[in-house]
Design a protein around this ligand. Structure first.
Ligand code: HEC
Ligand code: HEC
Length: 289
């Protein structure tokens, strides 16, 4: 049975679910990259502003295959790795080699980009709610092979593990939105504001969703809260207020804190420090920028 399935000739309707799951989050609507929409057969066959990406009968000459294999860069999907499996790529190759048959029109289901949906009242915000925002607005740069080459600041937003990775420094501090440089960047408290190619910035509702996700413990898609990376370094940007707080975030300043150029209230500053076990920021260095 498995062998029969593998040998069966795919038609567009069989491949559409792969596109819907891995590509449509970016390749849909008016803002589709290079005008390439992958949410219906006609758009796929029409191609991008540069021309067709599927050349029926010529898999090797089709930009779609070249991007899936990484022969053209950046490799697709831009959120990879993981990229498509060899078996999945082979299905697209066989489909194009056979003339890219449409087959039965697939149901129009799952063909629009996922909107920023709030969980039902009383339900926590999880990675499943915020991941579409990062995929569509951030991952084109914050990926292994993004639009700017290497990920800016080495920071990838292509998976929960990457977003939370604190091995060089934490950009997301579970439970502490104000201590999270990611939240500061999308609010515009830290500059340059993200997304770097904005405006448009994120919608207020999207920013609130990300704030709530962090405040509720940066939960994974199953709803499990993430731990504070105690001891991890942080680097935050923002404006100092009269209490020497950073836009509402209390800074723990001790006798060992280095304070350069004695920043005045209202100054825009960079704070370097470490997290304690509950996510307070113990400041090592504070300086005007
Ligand atoms: C995170 C967003 C994102 C995802 C997900 C994504 N893409 Fe792309 N894609 C882009 C961007 C941005 C570009 C433009 C890159 C460039 O300048 O070459 C692009 C370009 C392409 C191109 C080149 C078009 C041309 O004419 O040169 C193809 C083909 C393509 N994508 C196919 C796919 C496929 C197939 C998938 C899913 C397996 C996918 N993409 C997933 C963002 C994405
Ligand atoms: C067009 C490319 C691009 C896009 C899109 C983009 N970024 Fe960035 N990002 C950058 C660059 C470049 C920097 C480094 C800027 C600097 O600090 O000088 C950066 C820095 C950051 C930082 C700071 C990392 C650190 O180590 O301090 C965070 C956090 C961040 N981006 C989050 C996001 C988020 C969230 C989004 C989507 C809402 C996003 N970015 C979209 C290019 C991009």
């Amino acid at each position: 049975m498995a062998a029969a399935t593998a040998n069966a000739q795919d038609v567009y309707a069989d491949l559409a679910p792969v596109l819907a799951q891995r590509c449509v989050m970016c390749h849909a609507g008016d803002a589709a990259p290079l005008g390439l929409r992958l949410d219906n057969f006609e758009s796929l066959m029409k191609g991008s502003q540069k021309g067709p990406v599927v050349r029926p009968g010529d898999a090797a000459g089709s930009e779609l295959i070249r991007r899936l294999k990484g022969q053209s860069q950046p490799r697709m999907p831009m959120t990879g790795p993981p990229f498509l499996s060899d078996a999945e790529i082979a299905r697209f190759e066989r489909w194009i080699a056979a003339g890219a048959p449409r087959g039965e029109a697939p149901a129009a289901a799952a063909s629009s980009p996922p909107a920023a949906v709030r969980p039902a009242p009383g339900q926590p915000v999880t990675w499943a709610h915020v991941a579409p925002i990062f995929a569509t607005r951030c991952a084109k740069c914050h990926a292994a092979e993004g639009l700017m080459g290497a990920p800016p600041e080495g920071y990838r937003l292509t998976s929960l593990a990457a977003a939370l990775d604190a091995s060089d420094r934490a950009r997301v501090v579970p439970g502490r939105p104000d201590a999270s440089e990611l939240v500061r960047r999308v609010r515009g408290q830290a500059r340059p504001r993200m997304p770097f190619d904005g405006p448009p910035w994120l919608a207020d509702a999207q920013i609130r969703l990300i704030e709530d996700w962090v405040a509720q413990g940066a939960r994974d898609a199953e709803g499990h809260a993430s731990a504070v990376p105690a001891g991890a370094a942080v680097r935050l940007h923002g404006s100092l207020d009269a209490r020497r707080w950073l836009d509402g975030l209390e800074l723990v300043i001790g006798p060992d804190t280095r304070i350069d150029k004695s920043p005045a209230p209202g100054s825009y500053v960079e704070v370097r420090g470490r997290l304690d076990a509950v996510g307070n920021v113990r400041v090592e260095r504070l300086r005007s920028r």
